[in-house]
Design a protein. Structure first.
Length: 260
């Protein structure tokens, strides 16, 4: 009888641990992990038990994330200082992950670049290419490099951050809106290609959030009127679940919050 009680207590403890660490044992690559929404997601996934491969250019931002993760979990993240315009660098990262882990469970594409807000006819080719490069081409390169690893996971999940302007374009947002619209189309195609595998891909529109990108786009706005990036973490945990498919289309954070 005492053995049965101990077994039940052990099972309950294991259940509690898996509820508080739903991503235990998972390997998660997060781009844009040096600040803003990507950093909040990386920290949230680490707290949920995942090992984080954190990608971004700013060494200080990567180290600050690692300090935060270590203080909270006692584990370190893998820090990858990488410019996402470097497609070959993304390929090398895929190879390194294959050699080290043989699989990838979660890929979150949160890196983004707004570029200047300019009339389409006035945009120089270089900044145009950069906005498309970071918001669209880099995500294609990530998929290309990581797809074989995601297929090795029992339930590979890709989650990319889009924007409302992909579907509601407005003046001066040309390259960014085009890149995000392209991203949405590309992820829908890739998701369709994955239908007969355990890999699932989805898109999230975070809406206005209190980050550097939003501040650049709307300098006169009071940031404290906007949600903090951490608020999106429960949605991102939901979308990472291996036991359910993410919704088709773009998940809007504000609809998810409202329970729609
Ligand atoms: N904040 C909002 O209101 C809002 C609304 C709609 C959609 N979004 C989307 O949400 C995502 C996160 O945005 P955020 O607001 O958190 O932006 P943010 O604060 O400006 O952060 C952008 C992140 O992208 C990384 N990044 C930019 N260029 C890069 C490059 N060439 N190579 C590698 N990493 C690069 C930055 O890292 P480094 O500079 O260190 O490289 C940084 O970690 C983006 O995809 C954005 O389009 C945001």
């Amino acid at each position: 009888m005492r053995d049965l009680g101990a077994a039940i207590a052990k099972k309950q403890a294991m259940n509690t641990a898996s509820e508080s660490k739903p991503l235990a044992g998972k390997i998660a690559l997060v781009t844009g992990a040096t600040r803003g929404i990507g950093q909040a997601i990386a920290f949230g996934y680490a707290k949920a038990g995942a090992h984080i491969i954190a990608v971004g250019r700013t060494q200080g931002g990567l180290e600050a994330l690692d300090d935060q993760i270590f203080a909270e979990t006692g584990a370190h993240a893998s820090l990858v200082p990488l410019d996402l315009m470097d497609g070959d660098g993304i390929d090398r990262l895929g190879l390194a992950l294959y050699e080290r882990y043989k699989r990838l469970d979660l890929l979150v594409g949160a890196a983004g670049y707004l570029g200047g807000l300019t009339p389409v006819a006035h945009i120089d080719p270089k900044p145009f290419d950069r906005v498309i490069g970071i918001n669209l081409t880099a995500n294609y390169r990530l998929i290309r490099a990581m797809d074989p690893l995601l297929r090795e996971s029992e339930a590979g999940r890709l989650i990319f951050l889009s924007s409302g302007v992909a579907r509601n374009p407005r003046a001066f947002w040309g390259p960014y809106a085009a890149a995000k619209a392209g991203l949405e189309a590309m992820i829908a195609c890739y998701g369709d290609e994955m239908a007969n595998t355990p890999v699932r891909a989805c898109l999230v529109n975070p809406g206005p959030m209190r980050t550097q990108m939003r501040k650049v786009a709307f300098p006169g706005e009071d940031p404290m009127t906007l949600p903090a990036p951490e608020e999106i973490v429960p949605l991102m945990l939901d979308l990472a679940r291996p036991d359910q498919d993410p919704p088709a289309g773009v998940v809007a954070f504000k609809d998810w919050q409202a329970g729609a």
